[in-house]
Design a protein around this ligand. Structure first.
Ligand SMILES: Cc1cc2nc3c(=O)[nH]c(=O)nc-3n(C[C@H](O)[C@H](O)[C@H](O)COP(=O)(O)OP(=O)(O)OC[C@H]3O[C@@H](n4cnc5c(N)ncnc54)[C@H](O)[C@@H]3O)c2cc1C
Length: 199
């Protein structure tokens, strides 16, 4: 069985980290959660792909993710925090609730350590009673284009997006309609490209 997993650690880290969401009835993700122990040896291919942070950043960066799509963006956030001290960034993440929210504390800690240069805004579509606004999440509901228009630089930023098909359909086209030039919009879909382009 062969699956793709994005690296969620910083490029400068001495080891690679992947972050795997357990999918209901998913073969590989359940196997990784239930059977793989520290020290296990897996056969993996070298990291590859087109979706990465360029060495030179020319403008502020918005990292926009839905669900498990946050994994490569977490790696980018860490790279900006450590290696681009003059670049403002905004990590915007949407998930269902605290029950599905991974790496929230990590994102908040990176933002807090940046002295305001890096922001993290977490959306919970349907927060649970135990989810605390201002701690576990910042905004209740889904990320919207209106929110992005009011809270991010649009044409003044580079946008990196990763998420499910419906998420990318809304935001890739929507950001262009809000005036973000197409070359400033970079995205990756966690599935086959033809699904993304299908009607
Ligand atoms: C470029 C790329 C990067 C990715 N990065 C990550 C990452 O960083 N982290 C991450 O968690 N994932 C990532 N993925 C997704 C990952 O590759 C797998 O697709 C995911 O883990 C599901 O694999 P699986 O074997 O568990 O599910 P599969 O067994 O392949 O099943 C696929 C889907 O079908 C559903 N399904 C399976 N059987 C049934 C059934 N009988 N009835 C109904 N539904 C069913 C499962 O719930 C699952 O959602 C990435 C994908 C791509 C393409």
């Amino acid at each position: 069985m062969k699956r793709n997993y994005s690296i969620s650690s910083a490029p400068s880290d001495a080891r690679y980290r992947i972050s795997v969401k357990r999918e209901p009835q998913g073969v590989a993700s359940n196997w990784l959660h239930d059977h793989v122990q520290p020290g296990a040896r897996l056969k993996v291919a070298a990291p590859a792909g087109e979706f990465f942070l360029p060495d030179m950043l020319e403008r502020p960066v918005v990292l926009l993710s839905g669900g498990v799509g946050q994994t490569p963006l977490m790696s980018m956030m860490k790279a900006i925090a450590a290696g681009h001290p003059a670049v403002p960034a905004h990590f915007v993440h949407g998930t269902q609730s605290g029950a599905t929210h991974a790496m929230g504390a990590e994102a908040r800690a990176l933002a807090a350590a940046s002295g305001g240069r890096i922001k993290a805004t977490n959306f919970h579509e349907q927060p649970h009673p135990e989810d605390r606004q201002g701690q576990g999440y910042d905004v209740a509901g889904r990320i919207t284009l209106d929110w992005l228009r009011e809270n991010t630089p649009l044409a003044g930023a580079d946008y990196f997006l990763c998420g499910p098909r419906a998420f990318l359909r809304i935001f890739v086209g929507g950001l262009m309609q809000l005036g973000v030039p197409a070359p400033h919009i970079h995205y990756e879909f966690f599935g086959p490209a033809d699904e993304l382009l299908a009607a």
